[in-house]
Design a protein around this ligand. Sequence first.
Ligand code: ATP
Length: 865
Amino acid sequence: MAQPHGPAPQLTAMVVLEYIHAPILAFCFMTSLVLAVCTLQKEIALPLQRRRIAKVLVLTLLAGYCAEILYYFSRSISEKAFEAPHHVTFHCLGSILVWIPLSASIVNSKPLRWKPYFATFVLQSIFETTICILAGLALPAEDVYRSVPLSLSSIRAFASLGLLINGFFILISRKTEKCTDEEGQSLLGNNTNSSTAQPDTPGYGSTESSASSTTIAEERDRNQEVKDQQAKRLEEEGGWWGYLKGFAVFLPYLWPKDDWRIMACLFIRLLELVSTRFLNLLAPRQLGIITDKLATQTDVMPWGDIALWGFYHWFNSYSGFRWLDSYASVYIQRSAFRRITMLAYDHLMNLSMDFHSGKDSGEVLKAVEQASSLNSLVELVLFEIGPVIIDIFVAIWYVTHLFDGYMAFIILFMSLIYVWVGISATTWAQDKRRAYVANQRTQNTTVNETVHNWTTTAYFNNVAYEVDRYGTNISTTITSYFTYYFRSMLGHVFQSALTNVGFIICCTFAVSQIIYEGKSVGSLVAFIMFWTTIISPLYLVSYSFKHVSSTLIDAERLLQLLNTKPTVVDCEGAQDLIVKSGVVEIKDVNFHYDPRKQIIHNASLTAAGGQTIAFVGETGGGKSTMLKLLFRFYDVTGGSISIDGQDLRSVTLSSLRNALGVVPQDSTLFNQSIRQNVRYARLDATDAEIEDACRAAAIHDDIVGFPDGYSSKIGERGVKISGGQLQRLAIARVLLKNPKIVLLDEATSAIDSGIEAQIQQAFKKLSKGRTTFVIAHRLSTIVDADQIVVIDKGIIIERGNHSDLLEHGGKYAELWAKQTAGHLSQPDSKTASTANSDGQGELLIDLTPPDDDDDDDDEAKAGSK
Ligand SMILES: Nc1ncnc2c1ncn2[C@@H]1O[C@H](COP(=O)(O)OP(=O)(O)OP(=O)(O)O)[C@@H](O)[C@H]1O
């Protein structure tokens, strides 16, 4: 059959078009897709009928290219002298390469960003129709109707036109639909999952399967809040570019311009990046040169070439320049970690009480701990993914230069499948990984819970049950790890098989080129040496997708933390608080944590300097809240609080907190020595001062009675000392701080009456000359207070000294009567029965103690166990 041989300009135009068709199509599709993702173009679900038409047309197109390749292949086998025109095979192979992923995404029923596809169809139609017309013109008239390639080209031109028309209808009738698939959402999360998965938090000791499934759901939802924020910000910023620019605020912390060491390290990294690109190419090329020289001059030792080859290798290794680069990288990483972590920690510690009481501390700590993820993200993109893209282009050029375009096609095919397998395997293994992490978390939680609650376990004799539960947890974790490992390994297995097959095919092709095309053996050697440079970028591309996505989530979490502003801050021009006499005035104060529930209603009172004010009342009345407002954990929502005439909101927080000493309701101590814990109140206090404070708080004798005295460790959460001792230590700390105003929240509730007298003495010492606010449920501790304020449901209902209030006969007198006489009287039978029936309904368990028969039963049970 005749080949096109018409007028030269038409033939030349056709050849040029065939060469540039596939690269231009690929470039156009890739750029418009990146643009679509960056500008957040919506994904659309293709109407069923239109998708079917598109499927048929793209498959026809693909079949058309394959058929032409097969046609030429069969001719080159059957006709010895026949050689397929290079531009035609280039055109067909290139187009197959472009249309495989495009057809795969159209055949797949996922929603698509349609504009890039439509743009590609337009170009495809123009190219294919023009090539078809030119091919028709280039053929002699008698061959036009007999030419198989021309028929195939016409079919493709019609299919392309069809695709264009069909694509146009999809474009104008598009219905936006939110993608529900995780991968389809690119790097963002999936909103639908979060709304459907509502885990019930399992109680302690809940059954294994429910706990496990819940933790898997939790694991899935753990990042959902961050992902939602990410999606919101992405929308606000109008695309990825604006979104990523949001992280630019961290650049001065990652790479501070004024730090010459960091700048020098960056320069080294940049140098390594550029030199590696060259050396990746130069080293295999040099070996090729040596091989060729050896093939032609067997009696001359190519010393110079060997030395150059050795130099390239040495320079590109850890004993050469690479160690300097890795040192520079570690230096940048560590410095960035220090700066960003300090930034996050400092910010976190300066956030207000509302943040600390409302946030999941685990998530907050994660934001601080993973502050370095930002640096990993920048490093990954700039120093790994960026160069890899250059490497891939260089590889394509180099193999084409060594052999020809076909070799580049083989490698491109293999690369495409390799990356696809990598991404699919990671996605496929993702669910199993989540399950594994969730099971691991359950396993760790079991140990934590049971070790912390060892006493509860012992009280209920459940040690065997817990050991058994932990064993089951470990087995579940191991099983889930195997499943995860199997899935991720399968991806590696396929990829490894692919690279092996790819390598063998490439080498066979190279050998055939040496034999039939006269290529040099050195080219084969250079290619073999270059192979790793081709494969390693592919590995990185196929596995960095998930990594970038999870690093972005960590970075987003940090950004959100840093964007959270403290609600209680120093106002502009805030002055230091100066306390002289310590007059505290609470004026028409209103407060709520949540606007829907008012906590304090119009509270007013004045504490003269040095007075002791006691807050009493039913639980939940708002007493602790009053102290929190005084300490300015929160700002009042109405009215004002002032100390010596200075509004708390107009003074610096630091000076206010210096002037106040607090013994909170639940004192917490660090797991350090007693001396260190007391010294926390005043870091420069001497040992003698610490002991004085402890004496005043009536705890000194207890401390010296401990085997290690003041060096005794308190234990986690102060578990090694009694409740009374803990409170006295907390009092000692405040005594050491020696503040002008003291706030005591139920500080004496756990102290027995023997110690109480000593404590009262200590209080007297402490409150002398200081304004003191005290909350006490034990009214006996505050009978001497200058003012007793009774708070009920956030309202001050009574105020006066002890005798005034008793005389008044109101709420305080009622509370006093209950406390002084109540413990002597037994609850009457009526109250008892009410308490029993109140809200309990009929009891499902038998409360009568077991008799002897039951004991037998128990023994039988124990035996069976
Ligand atoms: N951080 C918070 N967020 C929302 N509500 C809170 C917060 N802290 C306390 N409350 C609510 O404010 C009300 C008053 O609490 P507060 O702790 O001041 O009471 P109290 O009189 O000190 O009680 P108790 O004597 O039991 O310590 C309660 O209803 C409580 O549930």
